[in-house]
Write a protein of this length. Structure first.
Length: 323
């Protein structure tokens, strides 16, 4: 009996980590899956709401695949868990909409209004978000991989843990955005405005950061390996580490790390050249000429050598004989 107690205790202690793991990960897995079940789906596939068709009582968990919602006012609607894959939503008003877990894959949202939209865990892979107005939009843990966000206005957006791999953010506005641990791998950010962005531990690996303004950005732990930072402006950027970056940035703080590895981007047909200060002057015949200063140095050295030789010879001469 006494032996059974220790054995039972060991078995419980051994199984405890697994039980804790199940308890902790189960809610997380459920959260990733979303709140909708197949039985909750309302079939509105291909529905056209641009012709005055009345909205259903709720869009929550609705299947709106391929639906037409161009210019429709959906302000403050609840779209939680809805499927809007390949839907047409050009210039749709989605202000203050609850769009958590929504499937926007390959949806056309050009010029849409996303101001203060809550899109936690939203899937926007391949979505067209060109020219959207998305001030204070919330996209924590959202997936925007491959999305087109050219000229998008994302001021004060929440992109915490968001995935923007291969996203097109050329000329986009992300001032004061929160991008902690966001993934911008291979993203195109040419001429984007990222003034005062909070990007600790964000990943910009192999991203196009040419002429991006990172003024007053918080870059603690941000990874820029392989990123092209040619003419990027880092005025007052905090905790900047340019290790592995390519190109020549501007206004880099004195305490920035990895400056030695930030090399100019190679240009086609470029050849190695000596600095002008090291180029010897040449005559028309191509032979180097001797400058006046060098000639004076040579003459002076020869004179000094002759003087020392005569002095040494005089010192060795025996004194004159005296009777």
């Amino acid at each position: 009996m006494r032996r059974l107690i220790p054995l039972t205790l060991i078995a419980v202690l051994t199984a405890l980590p697994a039980l804790v793991s199940v308890v902790v990960t189960a809610p997380a897995a459920q959260a990733q899956a979303g709140p909708c079940r197949a039985a909750d789906r309302v079939n509105l596939r291909g529905a056209d709401f641009t012709n005055g068709r009345r909205f259903p009582a709720s869009f929550r968990c609705a299947d709106l695949t391929g639906a037409k919602l161009d210019g429709v006012d959906l302000t403050q609607k609840d779209l939680t868990g809805a499927i809007l894959r390949k839907a047409s939503m050009k210039q749709t008003d989605l202000g203050q909409v609850t769009a958590k877990y929504v499937d926007f894959r390959q949806a056309d949202l050009r010029g849409a209004d996303l101001v203060q939209m809550h899109g936690d865990y939203a899937d926007l892979r391949g979505a067209n978000l060109i020219d959207v107005g998305a001030t204070q939009v919330r996209f924590p843990r959202a997936d925007l991989s491959g999305a087109k966000l050219t000229r998008a206005y994302l001021g004060q957006a929440d992109l915490t843990l968001a995935k923007l791999v291969d996203a097109d953010l050329v000329d986009a506005e992300l001032g004061q955005a929160k991008a902690r641990r966001a993934d911008f791998t291979r993203a195109k950010l040419h001429e984007a405005q990222m003034i005062s962005i909070e990007a600790p531990n964000a990943v910009f690996r192999d991203a196009d950061l040419r002429e991006v303004r990172f003024s007053s950005a918080k870059m603690d732990g941000a990874v820029l390996i392989g990123a092209d930072v040619q003419d990027a402006d880092f005025t007052f950027a905090d905790d900047l580490d340019l290790t592995g970056a390519r190109g020549t940035p501007k206004n880099v703080p004195d305490d920035a790390k990895g400056l030695a590895s930030a090399s100019p981007s190679p240009s086609r047909g470029a050849t190695a050249e000596w600095p002008a200060a090291f180029d010897p002057p040449s005559t028309r015949s191509g032979l180097p000429t001797i400058s006046l200063g060098l000639l004076l140095v040579v003459v002076g050295s020869v004179g000094l050598l002759v003087t020392l030789t005569l002095w040494a010879a005089a010192a060795r001469r025996p004194p004159p004989y005296r009777a």
